[in-house]
Design a protein around this ligand. Sequence first.
Ligand code: NI
Ligand code: MN
Length: 228
Amino acid sequence: MVNVKFLGHSCFEIYDEKHRLIIDPFLTDNPLAGEKAENIKVDFILLTHGHADHIGDALDIAKNNNATIIAPFELASYCEKNGAQVHPMHIGGSFAFPFGRVKLTLALHGSAIVTEGNPIYTGNPCGFLIYIQDKVIYHAGDTGLFGDMKLLGELNKIDLAMLPIGDNFVMGIDDAVEAVKMLNPGKVIPMHYNTWDIIKADPEEFCKKIEGLSTECIILSPGKEISI
Ligand code: NI
Ligand code: MN
């Protein structure tokens, strides 16, 4: 059994009996965070891109847990320079970690760490396919809709997809509905909405719009989890 816990925004903790990992741990500065960064116990941290609402507390969590950051090469290099253990990857590549295989997927977005208005660019953003036990999990990262999602759906029997619905920076609800049609996941959890007014969206509307498809829509409030 694989457990998936939503911690707000795009942050999910995934764990089974032996392994724990976290994706995009934006907790301290998230007004709707489901956990405090100092309570996170993980072996691996997966980062989709360098924006503050994704890298979040990654460096602190990595140091506190002696955990390894898995990220696109340029972002991994930044994290390594800032004291973290890293495993660099890039889009299209996969690697077998102790918990399972991770493959980096395309994401249509930007990636930079912005301090005082000056961006340090951290390469291309990504999404993740995570193969853990007999499950396939797809975390889209921050992205607009793209047609290759169809290929991801054809090549993988996706058990669970996490898709952004908040619009403005990422897919809005209608594009996320199209993503569900292409990916055909068993379950979908909407993410990246309502953290701030600029990404306000109604997850119930998203679920209503995919009624009739073979995908179960699951809305998780921060701190809640499911088993798949
Ligand atoms: Ni972003
Ligand atoms: Mn974001």
